[in-house]
Write a protein that binds this ligand. Structure first.
Ligand SMILES: [Zn+2]
Ligand SMILES: [Zn+2]
Length: 354
């Protein structure tokens, strides 16, 4: 057996000593904590505030301090949350835990866990494209890198975000000229605020669904600059001329009675899935804008290289394809089954927040 293979196998053993996949989630036995557990546990370390990573019911949570506002909004007053500054380490039962920015949404962080000279980075969800609403992803050297693969196919290649924002501005402008409300659908946490920060707010008034407005407040409280927005529920729908406005809402809001008040509208969605022809049509959208908070294929491969990790664990998405590709490059890679969902076309916020 060639030397590098023996070396690879032995390091794989070390990774499993430090972190294992259990029915409750990724578990660090030594440190007695879970990372983004999908079942309630005693001690949960959280990468970011999206619902598939930050679940209710655990006794204690630890997260990066940049996520404090949005995590509190998502988890409620009763959750026992504590926060740690980015780049500062804490030792939990002999295991060193450090958070690094992941560039996915405000407060999103990679979790590095280390013991005895061996390190694992759990990246949660991440992206490399610019995003004014959060700190950029920082590549972290490690022995084992755990990565998502939501858009892990070579066909996924993101356009420059600025050209996407230009397209959204033009769409809004032309809807105004034809007297239609511009309904822009996006996740209420992360995507909605990234859109708001990137569009040209001088075009017209901006209204928001309650689920979006609630998180806007968390972003503003965290020091992120967003244009002025008005919660739809705060205005008299009959007295309002919606035709000049942009309305930002989660995808689930548009099917029900909530959207009827806006009259004639053009409906668009911003998502990585919009790169695939037919997604927009199937979701009965008028326009689709390609904007994702996850890495495309090129950035996924580049990031894996930058971590210099010997072992790659691939989670939610096109994990089989990514693993096969990495193995062909001579890396130790394996699929790790988790309950994370990636960028689904369903919204995770409750429509009742209208
Ligand atoms: Zn996420
Ligand atoms: Zn996710």
């Amino acid at each position: 057996m060639p030397a590098e293979q023996i070396c690879g196998l032995s390091s794989m053993g070390k990774a499993q000593d430090l972190l294992t996949v259990t029915p409750k989630g990724l578990f660090c036995k030594e440190g007695n904590f879970y990372v983004d557990p999908w079942k309630p546990v005693d001690h949960a370390v959280i990468t970011h505030a999206h619902a598939d990573h930050a679940r209710w019911g655990s006794k204690r949570y630890l997260a990066a301090d940049t996520s404090s506002q949005v995590l509190r909004i998502r988890m409620g007053d009763k959750a026992n949350l504590s926060f740690q500054p980015l780049g500062k380490s804490q030792t939990i039962n002999g295991v060193k835990v450090t958070f690094y920015p992941a560039g996915h949404i405000l407060g999103s962080a990679q979790v590095k866990i280390e013991k005895g000279g061996y390190s694992i980075v759990v990246s949660g969800d991440y992206k490399r494209n610019p995003d004014a609403t959060c700190l950029p992803f920082e590549p972290v050297r490690c022995n084992t890198f755990i990565t998502e693969s939501t858009f892990g196919l070579p066909i996924y290649r993101w356009p420059d975000p600025q050209t996407v924002f230009d397209g959204i501005n033009q769409w809004w402008q032309s809807n105004r000229e034809s007297g239609k409300t511009s309904m822009l659908l996006a996740y209420s946490l992360g995507k909605a605020q990234r859109l708001l920060s990137g569009i040209d707010s001088s075009i017209g008034p901006i209204y928001t669904h309650g689920a979006v407005e609630k998180l806007n407040a968390g972003y503003r409280d965290s020091g992120v600059a967003l244009p002025e927005t008005t919660f739809v529920g705060d205005v008299d729908a009959k007295e309002t001329d919606w035709s000049q406005s942009l309305v930002v809402a989660p995808p689930a809001a548009v099917g029900g009675s909530w959207a009827k008040r806006f009259g004639k509208m053009s409906v668009a969605m911003a998502s990585g899935w919009m790169q695939i022809r037919g997604t927009r049509r199937r979701r009965s959208m008028d326009r689709g804008f390609i904007l994702s908070d996850h890495v495309d294929w090129r950035d996924l491969m580049q990031t894996i290289k930058e971590t210099e990790a010997d072992d790659i664990w691939v989670t939610h998405g096109f994990s089989d394809i990514v693993v096969r590709h990495l193995q062909e490059q001579g890396l130790n890679a394996k699929v790790v089954e988790t309950e994370f969902t990636g960028e689904t076309l369903q919204e995770d916020a409750e429509p009742s927040q209208a």
